[in-house]
Design a protein around this ligand. Structure first.
Ligand SMILES: *[C@@H]1O[C@H](CO)[C@@H](O)[C@H](O)[C@H]1NC(C)=O
Ligand SMILES: *[C@@H]1O[C@H](CO)[C@@H](O)[C@H](O)[C@H]1NC(C)=O
Ligand SMILES: *[C@@H]1O[C@H](CO)[C@@H](O)[C@H](O)[C@H]1NC(C)=O
Ligand SMILES: CC(=O)N[C@H]1CO[C@H](CO)[C@@H](O)[C@@H]1O
Ligand SMILES: CC(=O)N[C@H]1CO[C@H](CO)[C@@H](O)[C@@H]1O
Ligand SMILES: CC(=O)N[C@H]1CO[C@H](CO)[C@@H](O)[C@@H]1O
Length: 905
């Protein structure tokens, strides 16, 4: 029965505890669950600490000593009271999040609750930071109450029965096995919370690294997790809980992919969660006036969206303190567009292209952003919405939209104006909706909006202003109000601020500041950026700022100071190595902290040593470094890609194939990886595999890369896959026709295609249809080709051949006429005997064509002829050519041929 409580706590929803359950569950558990859901973490922590004296007899023995001590003190409690221990861990984690992510600041600090002495505090804090550090990267030192996160992680490791990631014995990356039937609900809940806690820990690191992302994502990839919990629920609650937990699970799965930089894996989960909540939405064009001052409506984008009644039913009980309603229009900060005519604005071609629309109509909802090109493509329910007064969305649907926004941002190149417009449309849908605003969702949407605005030249100032005031607001030093006002007595409660914190990407308070600093940097405002980094004690980032503007000296100085004070900061060492290009520093960084980027830098150095080092390119060391880096952190797409390219380059095809296979499993839309993978397969003689990779490559993210199509052509040719040969020919002509003219055609291939086509039967009987190959080959040869190749006689002959096969002798004759015309207009005719010879050939061809085709049945059916006066036309062609060649070629062999032709007629 306690499972009901655990599930409710995972959902963060009071509603999820049925009223009639009170008599059936342990009273302590129930009261703990209520404390958690009421945001009273401190009370729960204090109560639990009453029964375990955590830091009793604690003597300082370094980080591992602290870990061992805590572990020993708490293990028995976890064994005897697993439910309470889990609630305790949750309270610790939530309390940590409240202090560092959401606020408001809790009334007393962790050390007060733990009764630490003044002398103990800084030492314990330092040791906790060391425990939370990962592969040479220190966790963020200024975070508050780090001990809470450590405690929480320890307890969760114990309950879920997993080996610890805190005491750094990382030989094998543990793989999670969660099974619907074998795993108990309690352990499943502990896994779930542990994954959340690991993501919190990751957000304290400058770069994603280590086994933590792998453990967290293996938990969020086990769908058994939800079923392991629900199997222990009373029957009447099962299906409803399964649905709610499922929604949360997929949202968190997406959040986890985003946090671990594996955002390309998000789409399937986004689709699943959309199906679960029944969200309907679509992006379409609209006319809109953006500001009060704008006279004319311009075309823009809008998201139309609607939640299902079921999802709306899931939204929380009404918030205890209603945020005061406030004017979104508050002038220059938040002007809101007014929409007119929806769906009949032509969408920008680029948006259409980005979506890679195959059929020109209809709605494909398995995309990140389903697009409706025309009004009739918009689902009926959405078409009926008032675009300026769209209904409130369920919270889970707002979150989905914000997650999609993040996925789009992380998977598209920065500063693409089309993408910015799409993101604007998403944020707009979340911000401008009827009804009350949820603090977390609304403040996140405001933040996203200011991030987008800082990327546009026109809106950058406004964006910065918004961003600054949001940052101050989160620090509770308010100047310009953006968020709902917290009137003295009615504060936004911590529970409301904490709601959905595990579904939305984590943005710790300092991350807001960091983003601001990043934007200052991108604008070249070095001073403000450095100021922020210094205030946040982010020495490496400050150094990188200096280095970025060419001031290596200052960068080195501050790094050296840092290393002097913290000799174990492997990241600082490695960054100093990057600035000095000094392999010794990287080696040292690897030795003391196994900092993965140090290995990557070493690999780059071996691959491309500077001339001054006197060393040669060293593939063996390069591959060795990359191998070691990847063994510790196998989620890095860039590292696998580099590994694969080096492998290809030095002929290690097995290695390259493995590397690029990993690349495409991390990002299945990366066409260069597919193409390189196929290259490795080709070398291994695996033609079929190579072909299927290329077929993936051609349908992925850069369909306009002609090299890939060229390779596809070659492989398809070898495998006699004529449909694909044809397809690649067509694409190649399209891609290259503007650039290299006639040379975009591979004639021998076209010849093969023609041979194949004319050896098949042309359906005479009108009831028989052309095969796909026949019709598209015909179109290519008879329509595309003549458009790009105008003066190549071989080519014209091929077209003529196909026209004849199609029983269109008149069109065939046309080809010969065009060929001859093109050749005889060559200005070199007078000077070059080669051209003269070729033109005589063309004339010969034309005359034979007149002879053989002229008397056939013409295009107007029985009684008509292809060319009634063919003899006359043939003669005049010969005559015209002779008159042009008279002065120069009268005694050439070509001339004699013309004379002969004339007399034969
Ligand atoms: C690194 O090399 C070892 C030994 O050759 C091999 O077993 C392992 O698979 C390699 N690791 C990677 C990530 O390629
Ligand atoms: C036609 O093009 C092919 C291939 O591009 C070339 O080999 C051939 O010489 C060309 N013929 C003429 C007459 O230009
Ligand atoms: C033109 O054709 C004749 C034979 O028909 C040949 O002897 C002559 O070398 C050719 N000239 C050139 C430049 O190809
Ligand atoms: C670095 C940082 O922003 N730390 C903050 C964590 O949260 C506490 C209280 O909520 C703030 O006082 C700290 O400044
Ligand atoms: C947790 C919370 O505050 N939920 C609220 C979010 O906003 C909707 C209205 O838009 C309220 O009904 C929820 O109670
Ligand atoms: C054979 C092949 O396609 N190699 C490519 C692999 O990827 C690198 C980097 O993008 C290209 O430069 C190679 O041409």
């Amino acid at each position: 029965m306690e499972t009901v409580l655990q599930a409710a706590v995972i959902l963060g929803s009071q509603q999820a505890i049925p009223a009639d359950i009170c008599g059936e569950v342990d009273a302590v558990c129930l009261s703990h669950a209520k404390l958690l859901l009421g945001g009273e973490y401190e009370v729960l922590i204090q109560e639990t600490l009453g029964s375990i004296d955590l830091l009793k007899d604690f003597d300082v023995h370094g980080p591992v000593g602290l870990y061992t001590h805590i572990n020993a003190q708490i293990a028995a409690y976890c064994g005897n009271h697993p439910n309470s221990a889990l609630f305790f861990a949750v309270a610790l984690l939530q309390s940590f999040i409240q202090s560092n992510f959401t606020g408001p600041a809790p009334a007393c600090s962790a050390y007060e609750l733990l009764h630490c002495t003044e002398e103990q505090r800084p030492i314990i804090h330092e040791q906790c930071i060391a425990l939370l550090s990962v592969l040479g990267q220190p966790a963020y030192e200024l975070c508050d109450d780090a001990i809470f996160l450590v405690l929480s992680l320890v307890i969760l490791e114990i309950i879920s029965g997993q080996s610890s990631l805190l005491d750094k014995q990382l030989d094998d990356i543990p793989v999670m096995e969660i099974s619907e039937t074998e795993t108990s609900a309690l352990v499943a809940c502990a896994h779930w919370w542990r994954a959340r806690a690991l993501l919190v820990q990751l957000s304290l690191l400058p770069e994603v690294s280590g086994p933590h992302p792998i453990v967290a994502s293996s938990i969020f990839n086990s769908i058994g997790l939800v079923l392991a919990i629900t199997k222990e629920l009373p029957d009447h609650l099962k299906s409803d809980m399964e649905n709610q937990l499922g929604i949360s699970f997929y949202l968190e799965n997406i959040k986890c992919s985003l946090a671990t930089n594996t955002e390309h894996l998000c789409l399937p989960s986004l689709i699943k969660v959309q199906k679960l909540t029944g969200l309907q939405f679509v992006l379409t064009g609209a006319k809109a006036k953006r500001t009060k001052y704008q006279q004319e409506a311009r075309s823009g984008l809008i998201i139309l969206a609607n939640s299902s009644p079921m999802a709306l039913g899931l939204s929380e009980d009404s918030p205890s303190a209603e945020p005061e309603s406030f004017a979104l229009e508050s002038d220059h900060l938040l002007d809101r567009p007014v929409f007119q005519s929806i769906g009949d604005e032509p969408l920008d071609q680029q948006i259409v292209k980005r979506q890679k629309f195959d059929p020109p109509s209809g709605l494909d909802d398995e995309k990140l952003l389903p697009v409706a090109l025309r009004q009739e493509d918009i689902p009926l329910e959405l078409r009926q919405l008032d675009p300026n007064q769209q209904p409130a969305l369920a919270d889970c649907d707002n979150i989905q939209l914000l997650l999609r926004l993040q996925v789009i941002r992380q998977t598209t190149p920065a500063k693409n104006p089309i993408v910015e417009q799409e993101l604007h449309a998403i944020v707009g849908r979340v911000l401008y909706q009827a009804g009350l605003k949820n603090w977390t969702i609304f403040s996140r949407a405001l933040w996203e909006r200011s991030v987008i605005e800082t990327t546009g030249a026109k809106t950058i100032e406004r964006g910065l202003l918004q961003m600054q005031s949001l940052v101050e607001e989160m620090g509770l030093k308010i100047t310009t109000r953006l968020l709902p006002k917290e009137n003295g007595e009615i504060q936004v409660k911590n529970t409301e601020r904490m709601r959905y914190i595990h579904q939305l990407p984590f943005v710790p308070r300092w991350a807001l500041d960091m983003k601001l600093a990043e934007i200052y940097m991108s604008l070249g405002i070095l001073k403000s950026a450095v100021e922020i980094y210094e205030r946040l004690s982010m020495v490496c980032e400050a150094a990188l700022c200096h280095a970025a503007v060419g001031d290596e000296k200052t960068a080195e100085e501050i790094l050296l100071k840092r290393i002097q004070k913290y000799p174990n900061d492997a990241r600082a060492l490695s960054i100093l190595g990057d600035i000095r290009q000094d392999p010794d520093l990287w080696e040292k960084s690897w030795k003391i902290g196994k900092y993965v980027n140090a290995k990557n830098s070493l690999a780059k150095y071996s691959y491309n040593p500077p001339a001054s080092s006197g060393q040669d390119k060293d593939y063996v060391s390069c591959l060795r470094h990359l191998n070691e880096s990847l063994s510790l952190y196998p989620l890095s797409f860039e590292t696998w890609y580099f590994y694969g390219c080096v492998g290809l380059e030095c002929g290690k095809m097995d290695l390259a194939a493995e590397a690029f296979t990993r690349c495409v499993s991390l990002d299945s839309t990366h066409s260069l990886s597919w193409s390189n993978l196929s290259a490795a397969f080709m070398e291994q003689g695996k033609l079929k595999e190579a072909h299927s990779c290329l077929s993936k490559a051609t349908s992925s993210d850069s369909p306009s890369n002609w090299r890939i199509w060229d390779n596809y052509l070659l492989v398809s040719l070898k495998l006699n896959k004529w449909d694909d040969v044809l397809l690649s020919c067509r694409r190649l002509v399209e891609l290259r026709k503007d650039k290299v003219g006639d040379f975009s055609i591979d004639l021998p291939v076209v010849e093969k295609l023609v041979e194949l086509l004319v050896s098949s039967d042309f359906p005479l009987d009108s009831s028989k249809r052309l095969t796909h190959f026949q019709s598209s080959c015909m179109e290519f040869i008879c329509e595309t080709l003549p458009g790009v190749v105008t003066s190549n006689s071989t080519c014209w002959k091929l077209v003529a051949k196909v026209e004849l096969w199609r029983r269109r002798p008149w069109a065939s004759l046309d080809c010969f006429e065009k060929e001859y015309r093109a050749m005889s207009h060559n200005p070199d005719l007078e000077f070059s005997e080669k051209v003269w010879n070729d033109t005589v050939d063309a004339c010969d061809d034309l005359v034979s064509a007149y002879e053989s085709l002229g008397e056939m049945e013409g295009k107007h059916g029985p009684g008509s002829l292809v060319c009634k006066d063919w003899k006359y036309k043939a003669r005049s062609a010969i005559k015209a050519l002779m008159s042009r060649g008279k002065s120069n070629w009268e005694d050439s062999e070509g001339w004699d041929r013309l004379v002969e032709l004339r007399s034969n007629l």
